[in-house]
Design a protein around this ligand. Structure first.
Ligand code: G3P
Ligand code: MG
Length: 240
């Protein structure tokens, strides 16, 4: 079973920052998960929430702030004064750091109700093409089925992961519609029978966000291929 750092490595560094990617690599974690949205001027930026409030000294919605305005904010001090220099990364900066540290990336297209799905997909696809990011080191995931459908068209050679909180009854049909590679789901809502059915159809199965060793052990027993954890540094493969 593989381990991915959630939002970089959220237990050790402010989430969705380059410091998180570097710390994941320094802790020998091969995969990282990051969330991407668009700034007001359509720069793909790495952030989870709809607003910058929780993770910076700003308050507004991400889609209302330009790249320049976002760069003026401090995205590290809320976590620890040690990280006060952390800025919100662009997708280009994140891809560069992943390449530099040989990290594989699970990039989550984070879409809120007012967001433009098509624009996010086009900008992300263009960035990945321009950066020549290695397809075998990238999975694009989303809770938005429509976004994954568009990514299939724009980046046919990039693997797609369907995100769900609870896996729906028509999961097999939805996965087939987007020619999915993997299922990513809430570990608390997964059951063993569904896990085995997904594996039987040949999909990879990933869970978020088990954060203690007992939870991770159960995922391993059920055949989960990768856990996406804030504390991925604690669960080296040798423990299982
Ligand atoms: O991609 C797994 C996980 O990140 C999905 O939930 O809310 O942490 O983005 P969230
Ligand atoms: Mg995420």
């Amino acid at each position: 079973m593989r381990l991915a750092g959630h939002r970089g490595l959220a237990a050790l560094a402010p989430e969705n920052t380059l410091a998180g990617a570097r710390l994941a690599a320094l802790n020998h974690i091969g995969w990282v998960e990051f969330d991407v949205q668009l700034s007001a001027d359509h720069v793909p930026v790495i952030i989870h929430d709809e607003t910058v409030q929780r993770c910076s000294n700003g308050t507004q919605q991400v889609r209302q702030l330009s790249w320049q305005q976002l760069q003026e904010l401090d995205f590290g001090s809320w976590f620890s004064p040690k990280f006060e220099a952390e800025k919100i990364p662009s997708l280009t900066q994140l891809l560069t750091v992943c390449r530099q540290y040989n990290l594989s990336l699970n990039l989550e297209l984070k879409l809120y109700p007012q967001d433009d799905i098509q624009k996010l997909c086009e900008v992300v696809a263009q960035t990945i093409i321009t950066q020549h990011f290695a397809p075998d080191r990238l999975i694009i995931s989303s809770f938005e089925h429509e976004a994954l459908r568009q990514i299939k068209r724009l980046l046919p050679n990039i693997r797609r992961g369907h995100l769900w909180d609870e896996i729906p009854d028509d999961w097999a049909e939805q996965l087939s519609q987007i020619d999915a590679f993997s299922v990513h789901c809430n570990y608390q809502k997964l059951d063993k029978v569904t896990a085995q059915a997904i594996k039987r159809l040949g999909y990879e199965l990933y869970t978020y966000t088990p954060n203690d060793p007992t939870q991770v052990r159960q995922q391993w027993d059920w055949g989960v291929d990768m856990v996406i954890s804030d504390q991925a540094h604690l669960y080296r493969i040798s423990h299982f």
